[in-house]
Design a protein around this ligand. Structure first.
Ligand SMILES: *Cc1c(COP(=O)(O)O)cnc(C)c1O
Length: 416
């Protein structure tokens, strides 16, 4: 049975989380399918930042650290993120970037394992993992000479590779290229049987798929604030350390904000007893406030509804591609199986870069990923079913008219 635009309108009318779209400022004539790379602007962020600049900074000046409670932002936001991800409020802190948080947790863990399990030599990760994850791991392990080996395996081989030689695993729950989703609870179970701690990177899953850190036995995680959490470009990231592990790990970045008593100004470093030990320096207050507004776009929204809509939007996109764009050389590299798929679809195409540029010029914004992928992210808080319909129709048009062949679509931008 073929679907038309009217069917999509009906689905939008029956969408239980349609109200959330009003929380965002989306430009007219744009269909935004890149919220997996940079979440859209929440309306509340504009007023909040204006207030933070004009009143808190402008008038309150340094008093605002106390009077506007700037000092508590990393923990307040951590508690909000914890509520979204099934952790306790004192197990997550908002801080730094994902890369820096990866460095802190992986360094702390490698140093810990070196002491308690000296025979474990392997740091396990996935081939094709997000570059920064692999680069950070390489940088850390360099300092240990040949004590550790970074071993990369395919997603399907992770379980088999979780053997007695593994010191720590660094896994990303949703693959940024294909959108493949790991069953975190299952992988944690296998790892725990073998005494292996896992650091989960939730950058492409936080705010996109339901996550239950406690229920799935996760011990350590990091994630991104500017993707599905809508915190704005370069938003603070977050890190999670399960409660009982906090006192055993020490951040390698022993800055004063991780000190037990930062305002005692004493000479010797002593880590805070709480998750605060994973803070480093002064938090970026304006960026924290923007992230706060991003997190509040989830208020009153059930993650089960987010997931159901995310899968329905993706299925719709896929089906419309099959119905309307079967002969243009696209092949979907994302899992068909819903249970192992995140909130995006990626299509391989010979001219992926040029096709995406032509789409963007016509207001359909996705992105390009090496070597040949058009990537479309579905953000259930603001993507509508009609957006999916319209996006595929524009894509069909671009292909029918060979619009992508124009030379201006061939030049690579710095950011793709
Ligand atoms: C987006 C993303 C990051 C981003 O790291 P930054 O430090 O914010 O640049 C890291 N890891 C994964 C898996 C990501 O998807």
């Amino acid at each position: 049975m073929s679907i038309d635009r009217k069917d999509c309108e009906t689905r939008d009318r029956n969408d239980p989380i349609a109200f959330a779209r009003e929380r965002f400022l989306l430009p007219d004539a744009v269909i935004y399918l890149d919220g997996n790379s940079l979440g859209a602007l929440p309306k509340a962020t504009i007023e909040r930042l204006k207030h933070a600049v004009d009143d808190e900074w402008g008038k309150g000046l340094i008093r605002s650290w106390n009077q506007a409670d700037w000092i508590s932002l990393p923990r307040k936001l951590g508690a909000r993120i914890a509520a979204l991800l099934g952790a306790k409020p004192d197990e997550i802190v908002a801080a730094d970037s994902t890369s820096v948080n990866l460095f802190k947790l992986l360094s702390a863990m490698v140093s810990h394992v070196s002491k308690v399990s000296p025979s474990r030599r392997v740091v396990l990760s996935e081939a094709g993992n997000f570059p920064t994850d692999l680069y950070i791991a390489q940088g850390i392990l360099k300092a240990y000479g040949d004590r550790f080996e970074l071993k990369l395996v395919d997603a399907t081989e992770i379980e088999a590779a979780l053997g007695p030689d593994v010191a720590v695993a660094l896994l990303t729950q949703v693959d940024y290229r294909t959108g493949r989703l790991h069953d975190m609870a299952h992988v944690n179970k296998v790892a725990q049987r073998n005494g292996i701690p896992i650091i989960w990177d939730l950058s492409h899953s936080a705010g996109a798929v339901p996550i239950d850190l406690a229920g799935s036995g996760a011990q350590l995680a990091v994630g991104c604030g500017y993707k599905y959490l809508n915190g704005g470009p370069g938003a603070p990231a977050f890190l999670y350390v399960e409660g009982s592990l906090q006192s055993q790990l020490v951040s390698p970045l022993t800055g004063w904000f991780g000190h037990a008593a930062p305002f005692d100004f004493i000479n010797e470093y002593e880590p805070a007893a709480s998750i605060d030990r994973f803070q480093c320096g002064t938090p970026s207050v304006l960026a924290m406030q923007a992230l706060d507004c991003g997190l509040q776009t989830f208020q009153g929204v059930a993650m089960a509804d987010v997931r159901a809509k995310s899968l329905a939007l993706s299925d719709l996109f896929w089906q419309l591609m099959e119905n309307h764009c079967p002969d243009f050389g696209f092949s979907c590299v994302s899992p068909r199986n819903r249970s192992i798929r995140g909130s995006q679809l990626s299509f391989a195409h010979e001219q992926a870069y040029a096709v995406m540029q032509a789409l963007i010029e016509r207001g359909v914004i996705g992105d390009f990923r090496q070597p040949n992928l058009l990537r479309f992210g579905f953000t259930p808080l603001y993507t509508r079913y009609v957006d999916v319909w319209d996006a595929v129709m524009v894509l069909r048009d671009v292909m029918e008219q060979s619009a992508w062949q124009s030379t201006r679509f061939q030049q690579r931008n710095k950011v793709t």
